[in-house]
Structures are given as structure tokens and as C-alpha cells.
Design a protein around this ligand. Structure first.
Ligand code: UDP
Length: 479
């Protein structure tokens, strides 16, 4: 809880100043071989109309981190294509202190219907949140012009809406998280955010079921995120590059894996039995160290049902903790996973490894995620709640069969025949059985993988996202 004696941060506009994220422009023409002339043509025309609607106005994106997590992943691409299409687009990241990000992580968890921590979202948290977002807003209004379009992403930035709107800026709020159900936690979070959302002209959610009742009648858009096939995260890798990357994380021979004391520039691997054999099977979950991703549940479900089978491995892969500035819980959640791993038998510990990937070089980090996903026999995403779950689309694009929870945006992605959905993500027995059953059916796995790739190509590549975004910006710019 916030110390009651604390003096709120002054409205000096300088203490927490949003930081620019540099994004190189991307040419949407590069998507042509994958999406064909009709889809491309549609996109080109929509983008031209949006450009015209905007005139001299700039489109700003405001988020809370440039690395780590799906929003950052998605913005690098969306902003890149928008810039490449001659839409003046910027991306800035709000700044805050540890307490601010603790409060916003609490909001994040509660919008997902979970407590997160024991802290409150009361008067003092409200004052601190307002102080930090006001300081960011006052710095940003020096740069944003009346008539510009600003997209605020997630709870961390909602507090900027009022000040921007007062200056004649067209503000919308895009919420990437949520849950289908409503409970005391979701209500608490929505009540906290509601006053800040009043001046937003439009709202964007990834999923219709995430829209709270209190936004009934508002201008709400449903836009799922997407993945880009040409980024380091998703592009095809040569055999030599794959081997080099896999060796770097100790999955194949020639490992250059370091231990935890070797510093932030290297992957750190806890557990496992060293390099894998080419015939071995690997189950992978890639995610932030966030309790709602349930890495520990994956570990326990796998350990209970599958660990010890010859040639079968589980890798839980996430970012180096401390690297993702808006996610203060990472270190604790990783530690909980390590403790759970330590409690396993020697046989289970040899089958299960926990991997943290360095975030200092984002291209290398993305390439490592890419190779891990490609190397997997099955990719798991056993989230308790999930906004969208880009990791699912990433795996499906790589023709991997997925076993994933039937929650949030995952349900949109895993169409029948493209993967297996877990109705109750907390049922570890069913999870273990589902995984075990699938691993015994290599032909089904291959068929699912092929269908999964086709499904992502049809629905979740960057052009779909850019098109929806262009329509939205066009609408707001003309309103
Ligand atoms: N990710 C990454 N490095 C890691 C762990 C995750 O680049 O060590 C990426 C992952 O590949 C995906 C994003 O972070 O692109 C996570 O997005 P998702 O929508 O799955 O979940 P979020 O973190 O936004 O809740």
C-alpha cells in the first residue's frame, strides 16, 4: 500500500516525461507474396484514405514499455508499417516509478479478474497514479498538436486522456487485456479507470467479451493484434542459424550457456539434461514470468504426467527478469517456478528446464524465441487469462501444434483442427493427458500445424491489423 505520508509527484511535467521509441519504417509491399494482390490492394486504398483524412495530423501511440510483452511486440510492427505508408506516426513510452508500475500491474491483474497482490486500489493509489500520468501528460502536450490522434494503450496510460482531450487532441484508449467474466476485481479496476476514460472518443478491445458493460453505447472497436512474418521473431531461419541459436541456449551440442552469475547478456538455463538429441521431443511455453501465464502449472502438469519419458523435454522460456520495466512481478514469479522445479525428483528436473533470455539485444532475443518455437514438437500456452496471446499466433505460424487454454484471445486463434483447447486451464491432469495424447499422434500434430499456419495467414498477419487500424484512425480523424 502507498505510504500515506507521501507527497504526490508535482505537476511539473518534467519529472516523468514520455520517451520516444525509434521505429524504422516498413514497406507493406513486402507482404504481397503472402497476402496476394487483392488483400494488398484493399490495404493500399484504405491507407490512402486514412492519410487523406489525417491531413497534417500525427498519430501517436502511448504505451508503457518498448520491450517485453505483446503490446510492444505489436507496436514495433504496426508503427513501422504506418510510417512506411507515409502516415506520420510516433510511439512514446510513459515513465513512472516502481510504485506506479506496482499499481498498474495490480490494475492489469484485476482487469483479468485476479487479485494479483494484496494491495489496494484506493485513494492513495489513485493519487499516485494521477500524479504520474499527469506529469507524463503535461510533458506530452508540449509536443502533440490539437487535431492529432492519440492512441493510449492499456491501464498505464489511461490517465493521460483528460489532459490531452482538453488540448483538442482526439484520444482513444486501446485495452489489450480483460476477461469474459466480471467479478469484484474487474469491477474494482474498472471503477478506478472509469473517470479517466470519459474523454476518450473511441475504445479498442481485442475481444468483444472484454468490453465492460459500463462502455455500452460507446464507440467500441474490436481489433485483434497480429504477427508479422518477416520479423526476427517469425521469419524462416537457415539450418546453420538455427543450430547456432539453439546451441547458445544449450538445446543442442556446442552450448555456450552460462550460469546465473555470468551476467545479463547470456541466456540462463536452470535444469534439463544438457543438449537434446535430434529425435527428442520438446514441449515449450514462451511467456513473461506472470502468474496468469501459469508457467508453474505447466511445470507441474508436465512433471506429474510426462516427465521421465525417454527423449521428452519441457522448456519454460521467458525474458530475463528485471528487463521488462512495467512488469514488477517477474522476478518473484520466476523464483516461484525455480522453487517448484527444485521440489521435483532428479528425473523430473532433468526433463524440465527454465530458460531466461537476455533482453539487451532485442533482435537476438526475438531470434531465440523464434528458434525455440520452431524447435518445439508442441507449443503450450496454458494461461489462466489471456488478452490475445501473440505467442499462440507465433507458434501456429511456424506450423506448430498448440495446446492452449480456452480463454480470452486464444479462443479466437485456435480454430477447430488447428490446435487443442483446454476448457479448464487449472486442471493439470487434463492438461497432462491432452499433451501426452497429442505427442503420441505425430500425423495429427503435423496436420494441425499445417492448418494452423493457413489460419494465421488468413486472419492474423500484419495487413489485417494495419487495415483495421487505418479504418479506426480514419473514423476518429473525420469525427
Ligand atoms: N516474448 C519475447 N521474449 C521472451 C518472452 C516473450 O520476445 O523472452 C514475446 C513473445 O514472443 C510475444 C510477446 O513477448 O511476442 C508476448 O505477447 P503475448 O501477447 O503472448 O503476451 P503478453 O506478454 O502481452 O501478455
Amino acid at each position: 500500500m502507498v505510504n500515506q505520508q507521501r507527497t504526490p509527484i508535482g505537476h511539473n511535467g518534467g519529472m516523468f516525461e514520455p520517451k520516444d521509441v525509434q521505429v524504422p519504417p516498413l514497406d507493406m509491399m513486402r507482404l504481397s507474396p503472402l497476402i496476394g494482390p487483392e488483400r494488398l490492394d484493399h490495404l493500399v486504398r484504405a491507407v490512402a484514405e486514412t492519410r487523406e483524412a489525417l491531413g497534417k495530423a500525427t498519430v501517436w501511440n502511448v504505451s508503457s514499455t518498448e520491450i517485453g510483452g505483446g503490446v510492444a511486440e505489436m507496436l514495433h510492427i504496426l508503427v513501422g508499417y504506418a510510417k512506411g505508408s507515409a502516415i506520420d506516426t510516433r510511439w512514446v513510452v510513459v515513465q513512472g516509478d516502481g510504485e506506479f508500475f506496482q499499481i498498474t500491474k495490480r490494475l492489469h491483474n484485476r482487469l483479468h479478474g485476479a487479485a494479483g497482490d494484496k494491495g489496494e486500489l484506493g485513494r492513495f493509489e489513485g493519487e499516485h497514479y494521477r500524479s504520474v500520468t499527469d506529469a507524463n501528460a503535461l510533458a506530452l502536450v508540449e509536443r502533440v498538436r490539437s487535431g492529432d490522434v492519440v492512441v493510449l494503450h492499456d491501464p498505464q496510460t489511461a490517465g493521460l486522456a483528460g489532459e490531452l482531450a482538453r488540448r483538442g487532441v482526439r484520444v482513444m484508449w486501446r485495452c489489450h487485456i480483460g476477461t469474459e467474466r466480471s467479478n469484484a476485481f474487474t469491477e474494482e479496476a474498472w471503477s478506478f479507470l472509469a473517470p479517466y476514460l470519459q474523454t476518450c472518443r473511441a475504445f479498442v478491445f481485442s475481444h468483444q467479451d472484454f468490453v465492460p458493460l459500463r462502455l455500452a453505447g460507446a464507440d467500441v472497436w474490436i481489433i485483434p493484434p497480429s504477427i508479422d512474418p518477416y520479423t526476427p521473431k517469425n521469419r524462416t531461419l537457415t539450418r546453420a542459424k538455427s543450430t547456432m541459436l539453439l546451441a547458445r541456449i544449450g538445446f543442442v551440442g556446442g552450448s555456450s550457456t552460462k550460469t546465473a552469475s555470468d551476467g545479463a547478456a547470456d541466456p540462463v538455463v536452470i535444469g534439463g539434461s544438457g543438449p537434446m538429441e535430434p529425435v527428442d521431443q520438446l514441449v515449450v511455453q514462451v511467456s513473461r514470468w506472470d502468474r496468469l501465464k501459469d508457467m508453474q502449472g505447466v511445470l507441474e502438469g508436465f512433471a506429474g504426467r510426462l516427465a521421465g519419458r525417454a527423449g521428452l523435454h519441457l522448456a519454460l522460456v521467458g525474458p530475463a527478469v528485471g528487463a521488462v520495466s512495467d512488469d514488477p512481478e517477474g522476478e518473484k514469479v520466476l523464483q516461484e517456478c525455480v522453487s517448484a522445479w527444485e521440489g521435483l525428483s532428479a528425473l523430473q528436473r532433468r526433463a524440465i528446464r527454465l530458460v531466461t533470455l537476455p533482453m539487451a539485444d532485442m533482435e537476438e532475443n526475438a531470434l531465440m524465441v523464434n528458434v525455440v518455437q520452431r524447435h518445439a514438437s508442441v507449443v503450450v500456452q496454458k494461461s489462466i487469462e489471456e488478452g490475445f496471446g501473440l505467442t499462440v499466433a507465433e507458434a501456429m505460424w511456424k506450423s506448430r501444434p498448440v495446446v492452449a487454454s480456452a480463454v480470452g484471445g486464444i479462443v479466437q486463434q485456435v480454430a477447430p483442427g488447428t490446435g487443442l483447447l483446454l476448457e479448464d486451464p487449472k486442471d493439470l491432469g487434463v492438461f497432462g493427458d491432452t499433451l501426452a495424447g497429442l505427442l503420441e499422434r505425430p500425423q495429427d500434430m503435423a496436420r494441425m500445424g499445417r492448418r494452423a499456419r493457413r489460419h494465421i495467414r488468413a486472419n492474423f498477419l500484419s495487413d489485417r491489423h494495419l487495415l483495421a487500424f487505418a479504418h479506426l484512425v480514419d473514423h476518429v480523424a473525420r469525427s
